[in-house]
Every structure is written in C-alpha cells, then in structure tokens.
Design a protein. Structure first.
Ligand code: 13P
Length: 247
C-alpha cells in the first residue's frame, strides 16, 4: 500500500512565538493513523522546535554540495544532523523566483539519493502552459530531467507533489478532472521509468487545498495526499484536512 501523506508547507510564514503556539495546538489533536502520515515543512530555523513534537518535520529546500563556501545554504548532511527527516525539492517558488533549473534540481535529487535522505519532488506548470494544453508534456519533461540520476531501487526515498502554479495561493484549485488526469500521467510515467516500483511512489496534490475541496480531491485516483500552504497555518483547518484524508 502506498503511503498517504498530509504535508504542511509553511513557506516564509510564522514567527517563533506563532510556531510554538501552532505546535501546542497541534499536540491537542489525535494524529495517529496507520495509513496517513502528517508532515510539517517549516522555515529551517524552526526545525529544531519540532524534535520534541513527535511529528515528521522536513526542510523546504537544500543545496546539493556537501559542505564549503556556499553562504546561506544548507546541506543534506546538516539537515540530517539535527533530526530533519525529509526535504522539498523544486517547489515552483524556488524554480520561478530563484531561477532553479531542472539541472540544479537534478543535482539536489542526486545529493538526497546519495545520503539516503527522503525528498518530495515538486512539479507544476504555469498558466500559459495549461492554456496551451501542453501541461502533460511539460510535467513529464520536468520529472524526466529531475529524476535523471535515480534508479528503481532508490525510489522509496521519493514522493512527488503536483502543484499547478496557477492554483497555488490563488484560492482556485485544479478541478477533480484535471487532477485525476495529471496524476494518472505521472503514475504512468513512474511505471514506465521505474517499473512496478513506480506503484509505491506517493503522489500528492498541492494548490489551494482547503476544507471545502479536500474530500473531493482525496477521492481522485492516484492522489495520495496533499502538500498544503495557506490552510496548514491554522491547526484547526489542517486537522480537518487530516480527517478528510483519513476518512
Ligand atoms: P496553497 O495551499 O497556499 O495554495 O500553497 C500550495 C503550495 O504551494 C504548497 O507547497
């Protein structure tokens, strides 16, 4: 059975005081489940606040070099050394605002693989691509290039998040039809590229997931959870998403 994952991507939000209050609220809820794993991706400065919180915490980004003169960057080894459990790679905000190329992202994937560090590879098309109806080719090209250095025996480290850029933070999620179509295309790609092992990769949807649309999204074939921005900042709404995924 594939892992179901509900992941919070906080992006550059919350002060330390707000993080502490989020964790305190989080701990009042029951997050136990055999089938669903909850994860939090806070700003890296807060990762250590999670080590006592009994929840999978991961970083929002990582650099591919092991160590050296790379001011402002963090390595896989550094993240692992403080108990960080996974990392997001290639979020569209990294690709668009910080010019991360497919080649750079492939290097980051390679660094994670080398250190046996689990990662969530994010992919997503801009509105112009969706309007031209070339989104499938666009996404599969990203995956092909980003996963260049990965072999079938390593893909238990991999999860994928499909996040159409036009749906992120817009309040307008992709439709159930659009999500089902793309997740099937991604699954088909994974199986062609990695064989049967491709069945075991969790594919998350991200982009304006909220308490109103979550149940319908989680019902789509090949949707194995969500990567949530805005609706994860409030524990109450995040917990509602959790209940919807566990249902
Ligand atoms: P929103 O849920 O705020 O649209 O953000 C999605 C996202 O980018 C998660 O990585």
């Amino acid at each position: 059975m594939r892992k179901q994952i509900l992941a919070a991507n906080w992006k550059m939000n919350l002060t330390q005081k707000e993080v502490h209050s989020w964790i305190a609220d989080f701990q009042t809820k029951n997050w136990n489940s055999e089938q669903v794993q909850v994860r939090v991706y806070p700003s890296a400065i807060y990762l250590k606040d999670f080590t006592t919180a009994q929840v999978h915490c991961g970083a929002q980004n990582v650099f591919h070099e092991v160590r050296g003169a790379f001011t402002g960057e963090l390595s896989v080894e550094q993240l692992q050394s403080i108990g960080c459990q996974s990392v997001l790679i290639g979020h569209s905000e990294r690709r668009e605002l910080f010019q991360e190329s497919n080649e750079l992202i492939a290097q980051k994937v390679k660094a994670c693989i080398k250190a046996s560090f689990p990662f969530v590879l994010c992919c997503g098309e801009p509105l112009s691509v969706r309007k031209a109806q070339t989104q499938e080719a666009f996404i599969l090209d990203q995956l092909q290039k980003n996963l260049e250095h990965v072999s079938p025996d390593q893909i238990d480290l991999l999860a994928i998040a499909y996040e159409p850029i036009w749906a992120i933070g817009s309040g307008l999620s992709a439709s159930v039809h659009e999500i089902t179509e793309m997740h099937l295309a991604i699954r088909t790609f994974l199986m062609a590229r990695f064989g049967e092992a491709g069945q075991n990769v969790s594919i998350l949807y991200g982009g304006s997931v909220n308490t109103a649309n979550a149940a319908a999204i989680f019902n789509c074939a090949n949707v194995d959870g969500a990567l949530v921005g805005g609706a994860s900042l409030d524990v109450e709404s995040f917990y509602e998403l959790w209940l919807a995924l566990c249902a």
